[in-house]
Ligand binder design. Structure first.
Ligand SMILES: C[C@H](O)[C@H](O)[C@H]1CNC2=NC(N)=NC(=O)C2=N1
Length: 101
């Protein structure tokens, strides 16, 4: 079942609970910085496994020592839904163990 778009106010309220995340162009996004390229690669693999579990997938970009996620919901027409925040919250909870900031 497609998820429902969140209102601008809902997005702003939820973003307040997710420091480092921001909203632009109908997406929420964050960049994490890591100590090494290998650590950044491991974070990408961990995020990919969570995305499979949730069946919800970000645009996930690996840099030298950075990982950038950008996500919205295709099934809702390319806008932000609760599923995007569910993914963001899961990533926030696993990122510190990778030394991401
Ligand atoms: C068929 C399957 O449910 C869809 O392709 C899923 C997979 N991952 C997805 N990821 C994201 N970000 N948005 C979606 O709408 C979406 N849909």
């Amino acid at each position: 079942m497609p998820s429902e778009p969140l209102s601008q106010k809902e997005i702003e309220d939820r973003l307040r609970e997710l420091p480092g995340w921001a909203f632009e162009d109908d997406r929420i996004f964050r960049t994490y910085r890591l100590g090494t390229h290998f650590a950044a690669s491991a974070l990408v693999a961990h995020i990919a496994s969570v995305q499979e579990e949730l069946n919800h997938h970000s645009d996930l970009t690996l840099g030298y020592n950075t990982v950038r996620l950008s996500v919205n919901s295709h099934d809702a027409g390319g806008v932000v839904t609760a599923n995007d925040f569910a993914l963001a919250e899961r990533v926030e909870s696993l990122a510190p163990a990778h030394g991401a900031s």
